[in-house]
Structure formats: C-alpha cells, structure tokens
Design a protein around this ligand. Structure first.
Ligand SMILES: *Cc1c(COP(=O)(O)O)cnc(C)c1O
Length: 221
C-alpha cells in the first residue's frame, strides 16, 4: 500500500472505533508520528490535507519542520519524545504542543520559555503507567499533584495526560489508569494509543492517538 492508502485505512479504522464506542469522530485527533521520515515523505501527507504531526527529537525536527511549517502554517507539531531542560527554548520555539512534561525541572523550563517567547504552547504530563525504570514519565501516584503544581504554581497550561504502556503488556489497564488520573486531575485530553493499539485506546477515551508505522510503514533507522 502506498502512503495515501495506509493513511486512509488508519482514518477509517479511527472512524469505526469512534462508531463502536459511541464517540464523536471530532473528539479524536490523529497525530501522524513522522520521526525518521524525510521532509519529502511528510510533504506527501501534508498534501493529502493532514496537519497534526508528532516528532520525538528536537534536532531532527529542527532540520525538517521550519520550512514545512512555512509552507503549511496551520500545521500543529507535537513533541512526543523526552525533553532536556537545555532544549526547552528550542522546543517552545518549534512545537505547538509538548506532551512529555514529567518533572519539575522540565515543567519550570518550559513555563519560563513560554512566558519569555510569548508562544501559545499546550502541555501534557507524561505518566509512566507501567512504572518502568527505563521509561520517562511521572509515577501514577504523583501525577495528579504534579498537574496541579504545574497549573497553579508555574502557570503552565497542562491540558492532558500522555502514556506509553509497556510494550509486552495488554494496554487496556494502562489506558484506563490514564483516564482515571485525568479525571482526578481535572484535565480533558488523553494522548494514548499507537499503531498497534489505537482502536483500543479510542475505546478507553483517547482524545489523540499517535500513529507512525501504520501510516508511514516500518521505520528505517
Ligand atoms: C514512535 C512513537 C509513536 C508511534 O509508534 P508506531 O508504533 O509507529 O505507531 C507513538 N508515540 C511515541 C511516544 C513514539 O515515540
């Protein structure tokens, strides 16, 4: 299948998952994860009308996105990979949404850059729902308090939560936990679900799904 066919197939699966869980299609955003993809490939998807993209590395994004964003100014670019505080300025300059706020130092750096640059950047707190040592994200039992700290003490506009469930586990319980934590924290956006499980995530209330290989094919590093 070519890119257009794969993209169409993913959007149809999203439509069906929304129907099956009685959800409005407008309530689920497809974030096309374009990490490792060339600007040329990304342009093909932009030409098909898609506008919401996710990247996980700042440097790679800086080499591809400024010119693409100039051509398509209504593009929304989301950072879905780990952020170091010394890259906060670059992240706030380029990204429209930062989904990986997971500790005080990063939250402070992003909040300070947002006010310095006067850019409107929405944030999500990443939660390590599987409590995996090697994975980024705040522990589930600290998440609600951390969201409130970001919002109240740092004036950081946190609007949702994001998670990446452990690869080898059934993702359902992780999606359910993220939804529960978001309710407790009083935030509405849920970024969860990837190529292998986005339909399941929609059933659990995902408001955005991050889909890479199902659209672009297997990544070549
Ligand atoms: C790469 C990546 C994705 C997309 O993964 P696929 O399995 O290719 O859909 C989603 N979320 C994050 C955080 C990623 O790094």
């Amino acid at each position: 299948m070519d890119l257009a066919a794969k993209y169409k197939s993913v959007t149809e699966k999203i439509n069906n998952a929304c129907l099956q869980s009685d959800r409005a299609r407008g309530g689920v955003e497809l974030v096309a994860v374009s990490k490792t993809q060339t600007a040329e490939t990304i342009s093909e998807l932009l030409a098909l009308g898609h506008r919401v993209f996710g990247e996980n590395r700042i440097q790679e994004s800086q080499s591809k996105w400024p010119s693409l964003k100039e051509q398509y100014p209504d593009t929304e670019l989301r950072l879905i990979g780990p952020l170091q505080s010394n890259k906060a300025a670059d992240a706030v300059t380029l990204f429209d949404v930062i989904e990986t706020i997971d500790r005080e130092k990063i939250a402070k750096a992003v909040a300070s850059e947002i006010s310095k640059q006067g850019r409107d950047v929405a944030s999500y707190v990443q939660v390590n729902t599987g409590m995996e040592d090697q994975k980024a994200g705040i522990a589930p039992d600290k998440a609600v308090e951390f969201v409130h700290f970001c919002q109240n003490d740092l004036a950081l506009p946190v609007i949702g939560l994001m998670c990446i469930p452990p690869f080898e586990e059934n993702p359902g319980p992780h999606f359910a936990l993220l939804r529960k934590l978001a309710r407790e924290a009083g935030v509405t956006e849920l970024s969860m679900g990837m190529s292998g499980d986005f339909e399941t995530a929609i059933g659990f209330g995902a408001t955005s799904v991050r889909v890479g290989s199902a659209i672009f094919g297997a990544r070549v590093y």
